[in-house]
Design a protein around this ligand. Structure first.
Ligand SMILES: Nc1ncnc2c1ncn2[C@@H]1O[C@H](COP(=O)(O)OP(=O)(O)OP(=O)(O)O)[C@@H](O)[C@H]1O
Ligand SMILES: [Mg+2]
Length: 265
C-alpha cells in the first residue's frame, strides 16, 4: 500500500453529500483510498452505497463536497473524463450489450476508455486490442469470447462487466456487488479474480452484502447506514462493533451476541 507520487492518497472523498429532494442518500461522507488498497463497503439496503459509486464515477454529481483522484479534482467531471482519468466501475445489475459477443462488449469498453482515439469508429488500435486480450484473459473469458452476451450464465455476465471495466486500463476499479446472486463456488472464482487484480497492484473499492467476501478481500472496511459512515477500519473489528452488529442483525443483537460470547468463556 503506497500513496501516490505526490504523497497523497489516490482517492480523496471529502464531505460528499448526495440528496434526492428531501432524501439525503449520502451524508457528508469522507474517506480516502491509497494506491493498491482494497476497500470494502458494506451496509444495509438503501444505505447509499450505489449512490456513492454514481457520484464518484460521474453518473450523478455530488450535491456538495469534493472528490479528488490522482491529484485531480473530479467532483464535477463527466463520466467519460473520469473514466479517462483512470476510474472504471461495474454495476449492481448486470449490464452488457446483449446482442454483441463477449469480445465485442469488451472492445466497446476499451474504445470508450481511450482518451485519444486515433482511429474513429470501433476500429481498435494495437494498444486497445492488447487491453482487450488482457481483460479477457484475466477474467477467464478468452474461450467464450465469441458467445453472445445475452446467452451467458450470470457468473459470466459478472465477469464480462469486470472485463469491460479492466479494458479501460483503470487505476481504480469500483465493483458494485460483484458476487450478488452467485453460488459459493462462483463467489470463489470472483475472489480469485479480485486477488489477481490486487496482486497486479490495482486499487479496488467493492460494495458487498456477502460478509465473507467483504471480510476476506478487504484491507479496510467502511460500513454505511443512512448515508453515513458508522464504521471504518480493519475487517476483523466488524463483529466487535456494537452498532454494526445491530444494523446487520437487528436492534439489541450486539447485546445478545456479547451475552452469548460471555456464556461460552
Ligand atoms: N435516482 C434516485 N432518485 C431518488 N432516490 C434515489 C435515487 N437513487 C437512489 N435513491 C435512494 O437513495 C437511497 C440510497 O440508495 P442506494 O441505491 O445508494 O442504496 P444501496 O446502499 O446501494 O442499497 P442496496 O444494498 O439495496 O443496493 C435509497 O433510499 C434510494 O431509494
Ligand atoms: Mg446498491
Amino acid at each position: 500500500m503506497t500513496e501516490t507520487a505526490a504523497g497523497r492518497p489516490l482517492l480523496e472523498v471529502t464531505a460528499v453529500t448526495k440528496s434526492f429532494g428531501a432524501l439525503v442518500a449520502v451524508n457528508r461522507l469522507s474517506f480516502t483510498l491509497n494506491e493498491g488498497e482494497v476497500l470494502g463497503i458494506g451496509g444495509p439496503n438503501g444505505a447509499g452505497k450505489t449512490t456513492l459509486f454514481e457520484v464518484i464515477s460521474g453518473l450523478s454529481p455530488a450535491t456538495a463536497g469534493s472528490i479528488r483522484f490522482a491529484g485531480q479534482d473530479i467532483t464535477r467531471a463527466s463520466a467519460e473524463a473520469i473514466c479517462h482519468a483512470g476510474i472504471a466501475r461495474t454495476f449492481q445489475l448486470n449490464a452488457a450489450f446483449d446482442s454483441l459477443t463477449v469480445q465485442e462488449n469488451v472492445e466497446v469498453a476499451a474504445q470508450f476508455g481511450r482518451a485519444n482515439r486515433a482511429v474513429p469508429g470501433l476500429r481498435l488500435d494495437r494498444h486497445a486490442r492488447a487491453a482487450v486480450e488482457t481483460a479477457l484473459e484475466i477474467t477467464g473469458l478468452t474461450e467464450r469470447r465469441n458467445r453472445v452476451a445475452a446467452k451467458l450464465p450470470v457468473i459470466d455476465r459478472k465477469l464480462l462487466m469486470i472485463a469491460g471495466a479492466l479494458a479501460t486500463e483503470p487505476r481504480l476499479v469500483l465493483m458494485d456487488e460483484p458476487v450478488g446472486g452467485l453460488t459459493p463456488g462462483e463467489i470463489d472464482r470472483i475472489v480469485a479474480l479480485v486477488e489477481r487484480l490486487r496482486a497486479a497492484g490495482r486499487s479496488i473499492i467493492l460494495i458487498e452484502h456477502v460478509m465473507r467476501f467483504l471480510v476476506q478481500l478487504s484491507d479496510r472496511v467502511l460500513i454505511l447506514h443512512h448515508g453515513e459512515k458508522i464504521y471504518e477500519g480493519a475487517p476483523k473489528g466488524l463483529v466487535q462493533d456494537a452498532q454494526v452488529v445491530d444494523v446487520y442483525l437487528g436492534q439489541g443483537a450486539s447485546k445478545r451476541l456479547a451475552t452469548y460470547l460471555e456464556s461460552r468463556t
